[in-house]
Structures are given as structure tokens and as C-alpha cells.
Design a protein around this ligand. Structure first.
Ligand SMILES: C[S@@+](CC[C@H](N)C(=O)[O-])C[C@H]1O[C@@H](n2cnc3c(N)ncnc32)[C@H](O)[C@@H]1O
Length: 288
């Protein structure tokens, strides 16, 4: 991406609009998301060093699924601040927090590249499946480091590469082909695979001033009762794909979805459907 101020502002405005539109779908599918991401979320919380009484910042928190886990873990003697670029999706998080009766959680709108939090005010920072969507991930990491107290821990989750995430590759590639758009650089800033090149995310963490940086690849295959259940999730929540197809008429969009469905049936199993998926968990520490 050209990173001029105007391009970045337009990119973020479009990102906000997309996630405002996908907020209800992401929230409604939280039971499936929760099952898909359970193991990696537990690992993320542990790797960031979150314990009872911690003060935790949850960046790009979405509809707050991992926020609720954090709230449980820190307990009433701790605190969680959940932030997101999208007003509609963070409103969903706020609602879930209220329904869970957690008084020690705040939900706010904030760009991850400009968090608007006090320096050194958190013991831990987490970011689940958000950082790769930032146009300037390095600036996002600098903000996380600034928010952390010296010695505090961070853990982020991003997608690993297209070869390890064939469903995402099929979704992106097929949507682009039907939209008549050339395939962009798969590792372009702000895209699903932007932080997937080997060593890239570690280098960014180091450049942002973190130490004890370590990345672990975690298998996170996505089980669903059927390919149609997976497609129902994608069609209501996967904003990058929806954005690509948004310019097509109904017939052309349906043809794209039929093509996607046919390819995704490669992951039918005797028990239902299971999409292979791999995530990168990166943990680090602000120097003490
Ligand atoms: C794939 S969702 C993940 C949400 C949540 N963390 C989860 O795992 O359920 C990505 C989220 O990143 C947010 N996001 C994208 N760019 C952002 C930015 N620059 N600052 C803050 N949030 C951002 C989106 O609004 C969206 O809620």
C-alpha cells in the first residue's frame, strides 16, 4: 500500500465501514469462533502473562469474545480495556460485557495505531486476529509497547501464510478473479497474510523495541457441521471477502459463491467439514 496520509485515512475508513457491516455476523457466530480459537486464545492469554489482578489492554477486540476470557482470568481485582476501530463491533463487545455483569471491563473505540492510552499503564497487551489488518503494523506494535509497563508482556495472533490457510487463499483468490481484479501482493500491508512471511513479524517486534520475541505456529483447523455452515459464517462476517464482491451484481456474486463452495468441498469430512488453518502467536516483553 502507498502509505501517504490520504491513502491510510481512506484505508482505515473503508476498514471501519467493513467491520461495522460485519459486526452482527461476527457476533452471531461467536460460538463457532470460540470453538475454533479456544486453544490459541488460551495460549495467547498465558503467553502475554495475564494473571489474576492484571490490567490488560485488548487491541482490535471485535465483538469481545477474547475480552470475556480476559475478564474471567484477571477477576474483579484486575481490569480489561477492549478497543477497536469499528464503533458497531465494539458496541457488541460492550453489550456482551454488560450482559456478563463484568464491572472491571471498559470498551472503547480506538485505532490500534493511536491507542489513546496512558504510557506504561498496562501489565499485558493482547491482539487476536487484528494486527495484520493495520496498514502500519509497526506503528501498532510501537503503541502496544508504549501502553505496557516495563517488563509487561504482549501476545498477538495473526494468520500464517496462504499455503497453510488454503480456505482463505480460495476465498480471496476466487473473489478477486470473479471481481475481475488482478491478484495483489498476497503479503500486502493491511491484508490477511500481511505478517505471514517467515521472520517478518519477529523483525517488526524487535524494531518496535520489544525483547524476548518468540513466534509459535499453532494449528487451528476450523470445524463446522458442513461447508454451508462455514459459508454462512464467511458471508456474514468475513469483511475482506465481502468487500471484494460488493461491486458485483447479484447473479455474478452468486456465481462467485458457487465457485467458492465447490472448491471448499475439498475439505468435507465423514463427520462434516474441517478447514485447515494455521495461526502465528508472537509473544514478547517490554524491556524492564
Ligand atoms: C478478524 S476481527 C478480530 C476481532 C476479535 N479480536 C476476535 O478475534 O474475535 C478484526 C478486528 O480488527 C479491527 N481492526 C482493523 N483495523 C484496526 C485498527 N487499525 N485499529 C483497531 N482495530 C482494527 C476490526 O474492526 C475487527 O474488529
Amino acid at each position: 500500500m502507498n502509505t501517504s496520509g490520504t491513502d491510510t485515512r481512506a484505508f482505515k475508513a473503508s476498514m471501519r465501514t467493513q467491520w461495522d457491516a460485519a459486526a452482527a455476523g461476527w457476533d452471531t457466530h461467536s460460538p463457532a469462533l470460540r470453538a475454533w480459537l479456544r486453544t490459541s486464545t488460551e495460549a495467547m492469554i498465558a503467553m502475554a502473562g495475564v494473571v489474576a489482578g492484571s490490567r490488560v489492554l485488548d487491541v482490535a477486540a471485535g465483538a469481545g469474545d477474547q475480552t470475556l476470557d480476559l475478564a474471567e482470568r484477571v477477576g474483579p481485582s484486575g481490569a480489561v480495556v477492549a478497543t477497536d476501530l469499528s464503533t458497531a463491533i465494539i458496541a457488541r463487545a460492550r453489550d456482551r460485557v454488560r450482559r456478563a455483569g463484568f464491572d472491571h471491563v471498559q470498551c472503547r473505540v480506538a485505532d490500534g495505531e493511536d491507542l489513546q492510552v496512558e504510557e506504561a499503564s498496562f501489565d499485558a497487551v493482547v491482539c487476536r486476529l487484528g494486527l495484520m489488518l493495520f496498514p502500519d503494523a509497526l506503528q501498532g506494535l510501537r503503541e502496544m509497547r508504549r501502553a505496557l509497563r516495563p517488563g509487561g508482556g504482549v501476545c498477538t495472533i495473526v494468520f500464517s501464510g496462504p499455503e497453510r490457510n488454503p480456505c482463505l487463499r480460495i476465498l480471496m483468490g476466487t473473489a478477486l478473479r470473479h471481481a475481475g481484479r488482478p491478484a495483489p501482493d498476497p503479503f500486502a500491508a493491511g491484508s490477511l497474510f500481511s505478517l505471514a512471511r517467515p521472520g517478518h513479524i519477529d523483525a517488526l517486534f524487535h524494531e518496535a523495541g520489544f525483547r524476548d520475541v518468540a513466534t509459535t505456529a499453532v494449528d487451528a483447523s476450523f470445524p463446522m457441521p458442513s461447508v454451508d455452515d462455514y459459508l454462512a459464517f464467511v458471508r456474514s462476517s468475513a469483511s475482506p471477502i465481502l468487500q471484494i464482491l460488493s461491486g458485483l451484481g447479484e447473479e455474478a456474486a452468486n456465481a462467485a459463491w458457487d465457485d467458492i463452495r465447490e472448491q471448499l468441498r475439498a475439505f468435507d469430512t465423514p463427520a462434516g467439514w474441517e478447514g485447515p488453518n494455521e495461526l502465528l502467536l508472537t509473544a514478547a516483553r517490554r524491556p524492564g
